[in-house]
Every structure is written in structure tokens, then in C-alpha cells.
Design a protein around this ligand. Structure first.
Ligand code: FES
Length: 172
């Protein structure tokens, strides 16, 4: 499973053309109130992050001050300002997972994909991020890959997951 994005988009700074791909969705919010978060979520769902120029055009079209968009986006950790890889891997570092070896899991994944916590691979295939509790403590230690939860992990199961992801990728 992959992050839901506009099909075929490269993970680089979005262009003006890109805005036209989501403008219809954005313009549906015009004139409504309490829209800042859903609008930001719409943009991030399409691009995987909040591209500057898309925020700028959104601000113009919806008459929301640009600093308000940035202010709200900066407040919530769900929003990002930099591109992420096609596969977003989040390793839970919450207490239950920490106790059950989250660091080992993170190290193993990091070794496998060749990037550290907080980094994105140069081929834009993976982003790796250590996060706070993801709400599945009974499954500790756990991770999510593109929002899909994998729990009760050890280094062997990590290996299995990546093998099946690779096979999935080849079949796409
Ligand atoms: S501590 Fe990892 S899911 Fe809660």
C-alpha cells in the first residue's frame, strides 16, 4: 500500500500545473468557514506534503491569509513542509513500544533502507520517522507503513514485511 497521491507525480516541488489538479477540490471550500484544516489535509493528501506554491494559490483562491495557513500547518504535527517518500514508515517510540524494543526495530529498518530517523531516501522511495504512541500499545513494538499497522515485531518479522512489500512493488 502506498501513500495516496496524484498518480505519477514526482516528489519534487509542485508546479502551477499541479495546482490545477486539485483546484476543483480546493474551490469547493470557497466561502465556507472552519475550512483551514480540511483544506490543508486535502493538499497534503494530494502531494504528501504542503508545497509552497500550492499554499500560496490556495490562499489567493480561498482568501485565507497565507500566514494563517502556515500558522495552522505549523501547529499540527500531521502537516509537513517537505516532500516525503512514496512509503512512509513510522516507528512508534512510545513507552510500551520503547520497553519492547522500538529502538532495535528502528535500527533494523534504518539499516535495511539506508536512511536514519527523520530522513527520506534520495530515490524518494522511503521516509522513516520515529513517532509518539500510535495507539496500538497492545501490539508493541509496532510501526505503520503508509498507515497500515504492523505489530509485535522483531527483526525477523521486519525482514518478512520488507520482502512482501518488495514483491508487492514488483506486482504494481
Ligand atoms: S507505545 Fe507504541 S503504540 Fe502505544
Amino acid at each position: 500500500m502506498r501513500i495516496e497521491r496524484i498518480a505519477g507525480k514526482k516528489e519534487t516541488q509542485a508546479t502551477e500545473e499541479d495546482y490545477s489538479l486539485i483546484s476543483e477540490k480546493i474551490l469547493k471550500y470557497k466561502g465556507k468557514t472552519g475550512i483551514t484544516i480540511p483544506v490543508l489535509q486535502t493538499i497534503q493528501k494530494a502531494f504528501g506534503y504542503l508545497p509552497k506554491n500550492i499554499l500560496k494559490q490556495t490562499s489567493i483562491d480561498l482568501r485565507i491569509p497565507l500566514n494563517e495557513l502556515y500558522g495552522v500547518a505549523s501547529f499540527y504535527s500531521q502537516f509537513r513542509f517537505t516532500p516525503v517518500g512514496k512509503n512512509m514508515i513510522m516507528v512508534c517510540k512510545g513507552t510500551a513500544c520503547h520497553v519492547k524494543g522500538a529502538e532495535k526495530i528502528l535500527d533494523e529498518i534504518s539499516r535495511k533502507i539506508g536512511i536514519k530517523d527523520g530522513e527520506t531516501s534520495t530515490d524518494m522511495e522511503y521516509t522513516l520517522e520515529g513517532v509518539a504512541c500510535i495507539g496500538c500499545c497492545a501490539l508493541a513494538p509496532c510501526i505503520t507503513i503508509n498507515n497500515e499497522v504492523h505489530g509485535r515485531l522483531n527483526t525477523k518479522s521486519i525482514d518478512k514485511i520488507f520482502k512482501s512489500k518488495k514483491a508487492e512493488g514488483k506486482n504494481q
